[in-house]
Design a protein around this ligand. Structure first.
Ligand code: EPU
Length: 421
């Protein structure tokens, strides 16, 4: 397994080009199942998760070419409607093929995704949305077996214990675009990635209104066409590099980044002593003074503070002057990075789903273990600000979601390299 080695203490300065959004790209790739025609998707990040989705499309019988940052799905029908355990178990987002398969082919067999390291991650809302549209669903031998002779539009309340769900909204939306009549989804997710999926579906010929609001209205159509589409930039990759710039006392220009997708983070960064400026083709970010001020955050659904930046934000506040309080409301167990940050000298105490971070003067490099994608990014930021050497093992987690991370960081002054094992 590869390792990343970070020699800390370097300021990041220069420009980083932000990649396409992983979490927009994955459901969009699934949505290509809604047509037999060719689809071409640009600005696709080169990531392990995207390769997994490509493998799923191929296993269903579609021909896919993935070159540089473009994916071409050739015209053709699927040969099977089964997404196997071997693939689905490596990536939860695989469940996004369920809605399109049932909408287009009237049947789907998708492995039950199970929990993961950031918590239980149930799929009740996915099933609720599809059942409301008339889909018959059974769980057998670890698989979701779904079938529908005819799907009918419905009024669906899709909010759960933790608010709206991104992929449950995506699945219900992708099924509803081909259901007969009108569907109204209440408490739909408002994340930019969901809006991007809706824009993709609109271009294919779907009829959807209310994107970016909690009420989505969909009028079913009989057929969708193949299209060419460019995915939005990744707001979580953007946020990660914004935090890295401020943590190292550096100054970065994030090319292509959009501030409107990171307003909650921006607000907290300004509070903690960051300077963020929006330019026509990106965002400039640096630290205003020597010290970082403590901040309190609570993760929420969009436009609240994203859970996918909670860990990276925690790395920043480990070295602030004072106490920060970080509460996780989306995945209440998403704190595996805490013990690794403490190994590096941080002072973090967990009280249920709240982390109390007492700022320390400095972190010191240590061998640490990556446990999930965003926790890994947090360890990279910690390594960048620590004195000495940090060795991050199990770096495959990072490769799931950050395109060329060590290349991008090295180009702006970080000392970071990969050791192949
Ligand atoms: N939830 C339910 N029932 C469901 C579905 C979700 O109770 O049927 C709960 C979850 O347990 C969680 C909350 O609802 O507490 C939100 O989960 P959501 O369904 O929105 O998550 P997701 O759609 O499975 C996407 C991203 C995640 C990101 C979350 C939250 C993709 C591929 N994944 O997951 O990204 O954390 O939304 O914003 O879009 C990551 O990129 O590292 C990542 C984990």
């Amino acid at each position: 397994m590869d390792k990343l080695v970070v020699e800390g203490g370097k300021r990041l300065t220069g420009e980083i080009a932000i990649s396409g959004a992983k979490n927009a790209c994955l459901p969009i790739l699934a949505a290509t199942l809604l047509t037999d025609e060719e689809c071409i998707i640009h600005n696709v990040p080169r990531l392990k998760d995207v390769s997994t989705m490509v493998c799923i499309l191929e296993s269903l019988g579609r021909k896919v070419e993935y070159e540089k940052n473009t994916i071409k799905i050739s015209a053709g029908k699927v040969k099977a409607c089964t997404a196997a355990y071997e693939l689905v178990s490596t990536m939860r987002a695989s469940i996004a093929v369920l809605g399109p398969l049932i909408a287009k082919y009237g049947e789907a067999k998708v492995s039950f995704p199970g929990g993961c390291v950031i918590g239980a991650r149930p799929i009740d809302l996915h099933l609720k949305g599809l059942r409301a549209l008339g889909v018959d669903i059974h769980i057998e031998e670890g698989y979701i077996l779904a079938s529908a002779k005819k799907m009918k539009g419905a009024k669906i309340y899709l909010g759960g214990h933790f608010g709206s769900s991104v992929l449950a909204t995506a699945n219900t939306l992708m099924a509803a675009v081909m259901a007969e009549g009108e569907t109204i989804i209440e408490d739909a997710a408002c994340e930019p990635e969901l809006i991007d999926l809706a824009n993709f579906l609109l271009k294919m010929g779907a009829q959807i209104s209310g994107m970016g609001t909690p009420t989505l209205k969909i009028k079913g159509v009989k057929k969708l066409r193949g299209i060419e589409y460019t995915v939005i930039v990744d707001r979580i990759e953007t946020g990660t590099y914004m935090l890295a710039a401020i943590a190292t006392g550096g100054s970065l220009f994030l090319k292509g980044a959009k501030l409107e997708h990171n307003l909650a983070l921006n607000d907290k960064l300004l509070e903690s002593g960051g300077i963020v400026k929006e330019r026509s083709n990106g965002i400039e970010v640096c630290r205003s003074g020597k010290k970082i001020k403590p901040i309190d955050i609570t993760t929420l659904t969009y436009p609240g503070f994203p859970t996918d930046l909670q860990a990276q934000m925690m790395s920043l506040v480990t070295i602030c002057e004072g106490i920060s309080v970080i509460t996780e409301k989306i995945y209440t167990e998403r704190f595996i990075h805490v013990s690794e940050l403490n190994r590096m000298g941080a002072n973090i105490v967990l009280e249920g789903s709240t982390a109390i971070v007492k700022g320390v003067k400095k972190l010191s490099g240590a061998p640490v273990m990556a446990s999930d994608l965003r926790a890994s990014a947090a360890l990279v930021i910690a390594g960048l600000i620590a004195s000495g050497k940090t060795e991050i093992s199990r770096v495959y987690h990072l490769d799931r979601g950050y395109e060329k991370i060590e290349e991008k960081l090295s180009a702006v002054g970080a000392s970071i390299y990969r050791v192949k094992e």
